[in-house]
Design a protein around this ligand. Sequence first.
Ligand code: CU
Length: 278
Amino acid sequence: MSTTMRVEEMVEQEFSTLSFEWSWREVLRAAAIGELLLLVLTMVTLRDLLAAALAVILVVGLALFMLRDKVFGFFFQMIARMILWRIPEEKLGALILGFLFADIGFYTVTGAVSNLVSGASGAAILLPASLATFSVIGFVAAVMCVFKTRQSYAPNRAAVNFVVGVLLVASVVMGIGLLRGNTNAARVLPPSDIKLVTENMTYSQMALNAKPGIVRVELDNHDLFWHTFTIDALGVDLKVPMQATQQIAFEAPAGTYTFHCTIPGHEMLGMSGTLTVE
Ligand SMILES: [Cu+2]
């Protein structure tokens, strides 16, 4: 009895001496740097152009946001003075970071959840979940820095609790991804008539051929974004999250059909093609 009391007291003491607090500014900075490292890693390992583009935007936002930083501020200020004139650079930087985190966060949170539900494992969960973690933390910190400028300077417990909460949820999700990696390595799909890969915002084939009847299409998405295989004329709409492989089977009478990706902007960037059934 007395031993347990003493242990509890010791734990409490340890906690009170730590009692660290972070400001939302520190949280935003840390989330941006973490996301940047992940994007650079993705860029190098998967040769992902989208990751490269996002990394560039992130660096611009981070540079603006850190204009008043004691260490890097002077350097960033010189560059910013040349480009911008009389714009509140720090707020602009936080805004850019906020939009970027919202954008990446939307696709990665939905992607991680969808991959989790569909039984995916390994990178299909770890990659979107880790990006989502920094995105969610960074987005909230950016909102605080833009709208509660004064509060965002003061170290506070709310920031710590929020970050720890998000990290806890993320580690549970990533734990599932890691554990499943060992037990559920081979998820076997039935053989498909057409195999498509999406990488760097392009389909691996623009001209597809099939025999009339049931057509089975498999889409292996290597990108960080969602992609779809959509044929409006046949009511076909296969949505595939980042790093996932999915299949759809549909009835196709003889004819020529246009397929495309319905994610905003993707068709404009060339994500469309023709399926000839004969
Ligand atoms: Cu797409």
